[in-house]
Design a binder for this molecule. Structure first.
Ligand SMILES: C[S@@+](CC[C@H](N)C(=O)[O-])C[C@H]1O[C@@H](n2cnc3c(N)ncnc32)[C@H](O)[C@@H]1O
Length: 241
């Protein structure tokens, strides 16, 4: 009999921020395919017999597992009748390629369910005392890919939207901070706009740096991925909390 795949969001970092449903799926797994930012404590929650397979894409590593190899592994294990958990950081459908995996499973007749996760895009700022919306300051937010690349290329209209929206959140943007700030200026954000960078959000090593469009670059010399960039007046709310 064919097995079943759970596409599970593990949450933003703190292993206790997985959903109850996600944890229950993990506790039933025969096979767990997991990403780079998954906490060891979560892997320990899988049954002892479960095969744990690392399929993370490490920054700068020459031996990246290809996405199609991950697709094939999901189908392979499901066809062996296994209960497969594909464990992804944050939410599987926020820059997580979960929808590509779901489409591949659909095309291959494998049953699956998507178990959403708490995305770092919202929980990361929240953990730093920064709400993505706040009455009177920001009535909307957008999440953008900060990383340049074929898959995540930001069209000019998105850069413009990022500078016009109440709160702009950038993931994967550490190495592209200069360009992100430059585009904000180009489309009219004042130099005094508050900006925050939050690294390893919800984890013990969480680090938060705040500044403005004018100052943030000189302040974040010691920030490393994973990190989130938040731009907008909501950053100032942190001072009130
Ligand atoms: C490939 S994206 C995956 C996002 C994930 N699906 C989510 O919903 O959070 C990875 C990026 O998410 C952000 N990220 C994930 N976990 C984070 C954390 N604990 N602290 C700060 N940023 C994080 C970083 O910008 C990182 O480069």
């Amino acid at each position: 009999m064919t097995g079943f795949v759970y596409l599970v969001g593990a949450g933003p970092g703190d292993p206790e921020l997985i959903t109850v449903k996600g944890l229950k799926a993990l506790q039933r797994a025969d096979v767990v395919l997991y990403d780079r930012l998954i906490a060891q404590e979560l892997l320990d929650d899988a049954p002892a017999h479960a095969e744990r397979i690392y399929v993370g894409k490490d920054l700068g590593s020459p031996s990246q597992p290809r996405q199609d190899a991950i697709h094939e592994a999901l189908v392979h294990h499901a066809k062996l009748g296994k209960t497969v958990v594909r464990l992804k950081g944050g939410d599987p459908f926020v820059f997580g390629r979960g929808s590509e995996e779901a489409a591949y499973l659909t095309a291959h007749g494998i049953s699956y369910v998507v178990i959403p996760g708490i995305s770092s895009a919202i929980a990361g700022p929240g953990a730093a005392g920064i709400p993505v919306t706040h009455r009177g300051l920001s009535a909307g937010f957008c999440v953008f890919a900060g990383q340049e690349g074929e898959a995540n290329h930001l069209p000019e209209t998105h850069w413009q939207a990022a500078a016009l929206i109440g709160t702009a959140v950038f993931l994967m943007g550490v190495s592209r901070l200069s360009k992100i700030l430059e585009k904000q200026r180009q489309y009219g954000r004042p130099e005094s706009t508050p900006v925050a960078m939050i690294a390893s959000a919800t984890c013990p090593e969480q680090k938060v740096i705040t500044g403005t469009l004018a100052t943030i670059e000189s302040l974040v010399t010691d920030i490393h991925p994973p990190a989130i960039i938040v731009i907008g007046d909501v950053v100032g709310v942190r001072e009130l909390l």
